[in-house]
Write a protein that binds this ligand. Sequence first.
Ligand code: LLP
Length: 385
Amino acid sequence: MLKGKFPLEKFKKIPTPFYYYDIELLRETLDTVKAEAGKYNYQVHYAIKANANPRILSIIADYGFGADCVSGGEIRAALDAGFPADKIVFAGVGKADWEINLGLDNDIFCFNVESAVELDILDELAREKNKVARVALRINPEVDARTHAKITTGMKENKFGINLSLLGSVLDQLSGLPNVKLIGIHSHIGSQITDISAFRGLAIRMNEIQEELDKRGITVEHVNFGGGLGIDYDHPNHMAIPPFDNYFAAFHKLLNVRPGQQVHFEPGRSLVAQCGNLISKVLYVKEGEVKKFAILDAGFTELIRPAMYDAYHRIENISNDEAVEVYDVVGPICESSDVFGKEIELNQAHRGDLLALRSAGAYGEVMASQYNCRQLPMAYYSDEL
Ligand code: LLP
């Protein structure tokens, strides 16, 4: 069984559980994204929500990418990490006034607006500051992302975005709002999308939307396709870098780009998921009547994806190469949903063994909680250990 390469001796000195980031892999992934997006001059805004660890953010900022933020806190984190304000986009269905004001004060690149009421408020707040807010309309393209129900967003009557049928009235509304300027259209259909054809559907739908805009004599400066490219949770060692080539090529092939128009993306997971691992210790091996449980010192407080989305993360016993046995791998939290995986094959587990929960760099550390009065996990980096 091929395992990730981990500095086991160094790990033994660190209190568990902790996050471990493979910085070389992160850089390789970022190099690939930069090269593949660069082929078509596509602009990339990293979705901060996937991982807001300051070290990770500053590495991504150094590559010259922009940032996609969904809260005032994320705008601050992006600015602190060195993302330039003129490369920050601010999305979110419920932007509070202070968050909008923070964006206005910093002259961020664009507000991705999700409703007609939000446009009115944005216009009002911008007027108070004698500013003009640049906006992109987030449109529900009604394209099925064919992913987990809790992370699909592009269908009708979901809380995100403006329904296609309401686009005309929102465009009418815009002409009466002097303190907002339409510069883009935006969409995001969901996350962990591994079927590239969903993106093809999105590109085609955005062409249709642009044709509607043409009829009104509107040409926007940019078209933003959100994030969503999935990663291979089953094969983190073999498929460490997602297929950015196919992803961007799918848009390039189908999209009718207007002269001078820019194309933007907001990938989160695909940039950071594979470089992160949650390292945890086996506290007990408990023998049930039939099952064996490997009870870890990490729980859903450190990695909530299995409990919340039934997500699969590959689990490896990195302490030994003994014969494989089958375990339910569980955490210590007092809830029955605190299970990382059922009937998982692991090299025989012993008290004290270290386990790696792979592909945890996205929506892992950033979603950690202090439930049960637990401490937030520490993070360590391959180039600093
Ligand atoms: N842009 C917008 C507007 C988004 O809502 C999202 C993610 C992204 C970009 C980045 O998507 P990505 O490239 O990471 O798929 N916590 C869940 C995922 C939630 C995604 C929310 N929106 C999980 O652990 O699977």
